[in-house]
Design a protein around this ligand. Structure first.
Ligand code: 5RP
Length: 278
């Protein structure tokens, strides 16, 4: 499902091609550091996100388990966040377990995932690879959410380099969701479509569609500490008010704003957080 984002495509085609080796090496380095700090072989349930960075995370987990085997009769189970994520788990020889097969009210010790952009309070935009619904489901059932993000993604405010918010919507309602998004400050919201040989809308693992919605300004948490808090007036939103407003639209399954995973709410739910991305 992963498509080059239009902005990525422009960059790639310009004469200033990004240094791909440098980016891949930053992703791998971040993934190995995240796993070294937040994974151990006595963990029982671990979430595995989607995208290209998490592939290095799985490589790091595999290497860790080879060096530090789990205690006798202990199984490490890995909860995928989509079809591709399951393939990555299986190809590494790790054991996948479906979200709905987790026993009772068992929580995951940790969930590792990537992000498209991260702000100074560790709120994220996710969904560049169209997996946001399952990613949020698994993240919210985890005691700790570890987002592996390289230097390109670390920004003061969201919507700095990544231009839009991915939203997963029911196909039957995508036109009415688009209309409502236009009314709340995203006149250029559009359905994500295949760009090359295949035509038509991209479908998620739920057979839903993705809308990419640009917004003018998303306040950073630091702006809000200075007293400003925004509810869409003049096109300016706070991360939480925008996420809540989009979720209210009929036909929206999930919004690719991951917020509050680092605050009191998350800590009350037993999650730990608060470190900058590596
Ligand atoms: C998929 C996601 C990914 O985690 C996000 O797009 C980052 O991907 P990558 O590691 O390839 O940059 O949210 O829906």
């Amino acid at each position: 499902h992963r498509l080059a984002h239009p902005r990525t495509l422009n960059t790639t085609m310009s004469s200033k091609a990004p240094d791909l080796d440098k980016i891949e090496s930053a992703k791998r380095k971040a993934a190995f550091k995240a796993v070294e700090e937040h994974f151990n072989s006595s963990m029982r349930f671990v979430g595995i996100g989607s995208g290209s960075t998490i592939v290095y995370g799985v490589e790091a987990i595999k290497a860790h388990l080879e060096k530090n085997p789990p205690p006798p009769n202990h199984m490490n189970w890995f909860v995928p966040t989509g079809w591709n994520s399951r393939k990555v788990i299986e190809q590494a020889g790790l054991l996948p377990i479906a979200f709905d097969s987790l026993p009772g009210d068992a929580l995951l010790e940790v969930c590792f995932d990537g992000a498209d952009e991260v702000d100074e309070d560790l709120n994220c935009i996710k969904g560049g690879g169209a997996c946001l619904f399952q990613e949020k489901l698994v993240a919210c059932r985890s005691k700790k959410f570890v987002c592996i993000a390289d230097y390109r993604k670390d920004q003061k405010r969201l919507l700095t380099n990544w231009p839009s918010i991915p939203i997963e919507v029911a196909p039957i309602a995508h036109a009415s969701v688009l209309r409502e998004l236009r009314l709340i400050g995203s006149p250029d919201a559009k359905l994500r479509e295949h760009s090359l040989a295949k035509t038509g809308p991209i479908q998620t693992d739920q057979s839903f569609y993705i809308i990419d919605a640009p917004f003018k300004t998303l306040l950073s948490p630091l702006d809000e500490k200075n007293g400003s808090r925004a509810d869409g007036k003049d096109g300016v939103w706070s991360v939480d008010t925008l996420a809540a407003r989009i979720k209210q639209i009929n036909g929206v399954l999930e919004v690719g704003l991951f917020h509050g995973l680092n605050g009191a709410q998350a800590q009350a739910a037993g999650m730990q957080g608060g470190q900058r991305p590596v």
